[in-house]
Design a protein around this ligand. Structure first.
Ligand code: NAD
Length: 327
């Protein structure tokens, strides 16, 4: 199949692209190589895709907000399926600058959906986020729970889900939105808790925790996230739907720090800083819907996943350091 991965130089997109290349598909990645975090990480991700796919892999540097580029990439490569991962990610950064996530995550998605309709693609799989729930009334979250986004980023993700459903129902583009729950694993973004904790722990610095550390997260390994994406390549069972893609449980941030410390084998110290207002207190996915519709079964526990991440990090310190180790 001919697959377009938008944002394919990023963390999740490059893992999806790599798996699809591994299975023999043709992949074109459209990515603007945004400087939200170090672009050398994105270039390394692209190199891995190139090594995996050879001439079945192609990279186009450009923006999803540029109509002509998006149309051209989709039609000239005769794209069958689109994995839409391009975004301005990050809850906190969206509070500081709400215009950028709006432009990329909302207008950019709309541009991709229109071009997908014009070309008649078979399916678009949209990256949404657990942040759409805000602070839901009950845990774990089920997809039809009330959503109450707490940040501009979360608003763009909820809006994106609505656009995708409308393009599924009214236009002729089957779509599925996947609500990811704090994704981690090799090559993950540097500005996230697990990267930061690992880096600081290995460098003998205290791990920094926002708030009291009793907030909890459903950390999902990227390999499980890729499974959910790949399952959607050929099935129409979830068209028009929103699915939670979470893990096997949720843990507090202090427990996460303990797992990282256990895996690094070192002493550890915690340093508490101000809580961030836009963060949800707890996240936890009910994955029954994804299990029923597409056979999704998360398989990597947080303890195993953190341990594997720390092993990977030790061998790839130059990907991040000295970037993520602040004083
Ligand atoms: N990582 C997580 O925990 C998580 C959780 C929930 C949802 N998501 C969503 O999953 C998707 C992938 O997240 P990620 O963690 O891989 O982020 P990432 O920042 O690593 O990847 C996003 C990619 O999009 C690219 N991009 C930004 N603006 C673009 C534009 N205008 N045109 C083309 N490309 C552009 C960036 O350069 C980057 O490579 C995003 O939509 C994000 O909102 C991620």
């Amino acid at each position: 199949m001919n697959v377009l991965v938008t944002g394919g130089a990023g963390f999740i997109g490059s893992h999806v692209a790599e798996r699809l290349l591994d299975r023999g598909h043709h992949v074109v990645t459209l990515d603007v190589l945004d400087s939200y975090y170090d672009r050398s990480i994105k270039r390394r991700n692209l190199r891995i895709c190139r090594e995996t796919g050879g001439d079945r892999f192609e990279f186009v540097e450009g923006s999803i907000t540029d109509e002509r580029t998006v149309r051209d990439v989709i039609s000239s490569r005769d794209v069958d399926v689109i994995y839409h991962k391009a975004a301005q990610a990050g809850v906190r950064t969206s509070v500081e600058n709400p215009h950028k996530p709006h432009e990329i995550n909302t207008t950019g998605l709309l541009t991709v959906l229109q071009a997908a309709d014009e070309h008649g693609v078979d399916r678009l799989i949209n990256a949404s986020s657990s942040s759409v729930y805000g602070d839901a009334d009950t845990l774990p979250y089920v997809e039809d729970a009330r959503t109450r986004p707490r940040s501009p980023y979360a608003v763009t993700k909820r809006t994106g889900e609505h656009y995708c459903r409308v393009w599924n129902d009214v236009y002729d583009v089957p779509t599925v939105s996947l609500r990811y729950f704090t994704v981690y694993g090799p090559r993950m973004r540097p500005n996230m808790a697990i990267t930061n904790f690992t880096s600081r722990c290995l460098n003998g610095k205290p791990m920094q925790i926002y708030g009291d550390g009793r907030q909890s997260r459903d950390f999902t390994h990227v390999a499980d996230v890729v499974d959910a994406n790949v399952a959607l390549l050929e099935t129409d069972a979830a068209d028009g739907e929103v699915l939670n893609v979470g893990s096997t449980g949720n843990i507090t941030i202090v427990e996460l720090a303990e797992h990282v410390a256990e895996a690094t084998g070192g002493e550890f110290e915690l340093e508490y800083t101000e809580p961030k207002a836009a963060d949800a207190r707890h996240t936890h996915a009910d994955v029954s819907k994804a299990r029923n519709l597409i056979g999704y079964e998360p398989s990597i526990s947080i303890r195993d996943g953190v341990s594997a991440f720390v092993d990977w990090y030790r061998q790839n310190r130059d990907w991040y350091e000295p970037l993520v180790v602040q004083s």
